[in-house]
Write a new protein. Structure first.
Length: 132
């Protein structure tokens, strides 16, 4: 129906606007306001970018939940995946970090700085999990 279409369109535009607003706060290192926007974005529509941003804010503010939020963020750009994995390693979520680095390395074929950082992150997680 037309009303369902308009409602979906409205929440689609709302989550995008909130993610843009949150990104602006992130660039200003205003993690408190950014997390509010990311939470509102998730209320409008479950989306990977908002989970990533929320997890990043939780990490920066030393709040619990960063591992869970980052774990919910799946469809991300490669640079975001790398950052996600590095943060997960830093907060002790080694299994999720390893999974993130494995996925990134399967989909990144150049031996560049990103590849080297992802490989190092994978090795670190494996060491912590006693898989080496």
């Amino acid at each position: 129906s037309v009303s369902a279409f308009l409602l979906n369109r409205s929440s689609d535009l709302r989550f995008k606007r909130l993610n843009n607003e949150a990104t602006t706060y992130l660039k200003l290192n205003d993690f408190e306001n950014a997390i509010v926007c990311f939470n509102e974005s998730l209320n409008a529509l479950n989306n990977d970018y908002a989970y990533f941003g929320k997890g990043l804010c939780e990490y920066e503010l030393n709040l619990p939940g960063a591992c869970e939020s980052l774990g919910s963020a799946v469809r991300l750009k490669k640079a975001q995946l790398l950052e996600k994995g590095l943060i997960l390693n830093e907060i002790g979520c080694y299994s999720q970090a390893l999974e993130t680095f494995e996925f990134l390395l399967k989909n990144h074929f150049k031996e560049d700085e990103m590849y080297i950082k992802a490989s190092s992150g994978r090795e670190f997680a494996m060491d912590k999990l006693d898989l080496n």
